[in-house]
Unconditional design. Structure first.
Length: 271
């Protein structure tokens, strides 16, 4: 068993306490819950930093899918911790967030044997570093928004069927889920707009053009439009429920294809 494989497993299992602690009979936002969340943030954050920057063969910043997935997990967990601290009832999304992050961690572990192209550190100028940071934060926010939308969908279905489950009892109410979704999408839309601007600046500095209509740019612009349309519809008509959840998941799919799709293409088709 390689050291990388072992460290990946350790990072994944630092999320396990968070996935389990909320299933206590009297689950609440207490010290045990926060200890589990902090453990998950630290475990995934340290390993993501090591994966992303530890490119001894190339001497640069790791740009492969496995490293990108670990960075996604770490940033999402850090954002979720801040959200849980600042927004009431947000901590109740833990039964969905923690297992989903574990699933992404296992996917990163499976993908760790693929090729790992590195970006030379010297090539990462200020605009590119800012653009990468903004993109990762945007994806983390929309990931949590998609989880909140899924939770709202599950709660609404349980209410309509009058068959609540142990899981839905742990999740926030439909109103709280929708509040979290809209707030997170609002933040995500603003930061995604900043990401588009920083991407254009980096592109202009590199090749003298503001926009190159590759699949990542097109999908990001589409996601920006979908999120903006949903926020407008929610403000004007109060759109909510399953229809809104489907649109949120569509925006998340577009961002996933744009953010991670290029990594798949690089690791698989161009390896």
């Amino acid at each position: 068993m390689s050291q990388s494989f072992l460290y990946s497993l350790i990072a994944i299992f630092t999320l396990l306490p968070a996935a389990l602690v909320v299933h206590r009979p009297e689950a609440k936002d207490d010290h045990a819950h926060w200890a589990a969340i902090v453990l998950g943030v630290m475990g995934t954050g340290i390993w993501a930093l090591a994966q992303a920057s530890g490119a001894p063969a190339s001497g640069g910043w790791q740009a492969g899918l496995s490293a990108a997935l670990w960075v996604t997990v770490a940033v999402t967990m850090a954002l979720y911790a801040m959200l849980s601290w600042s927004v009431k009832e947000a901590w109740r999304l833990t039964p969905l967030v923690a297992p989903y992050m574990m699933a992404i961690g296992f996917l990163a572990l499976i993908w760790s044997n693929a090729a790992h192209p590195g970006l030379q550190t010297e090539a990462l100028d200020g605009w590119i570093i800012l653009h990468i940071g903004v993109s990762v934060v945007t994806y983390g926010l929309v990931t949590i928004a998609a989880v909140a939308a899924l939770a709202a969908f599950m709660q609404e279905r349980a209410l309509k069927s009058k068959r609540p489950t142990k899981l839905t009892h742990k999740l926030p109410s439909v109103a709280d889920c929708e509040f979290l979704t809209v707030r997170l999408l609002g933040w995500g839309e603003a930061i995604l707009g900043l990401g588009l601007v920083t991407g254009m600046a980096a592109e202009y500095q590199a090749i003298g053009k503001l926009l190159t209509f590759d699949h990542k740019t097109v999908l990001s612009i589409l996601a920006f439009g979908v999120i903006g349309a949903l926020l407008y519809a929610h403000h004007k008509t109060g759109m909510r429920g399953r229809k809104a959840a489907r649109i949120v998941l569509l925006a998340y799919l577009l961002l996933t294809l744009g953010y991670l799709g290029v990594k798949v293409a690089t690791d698989v088709f161009l390896a």
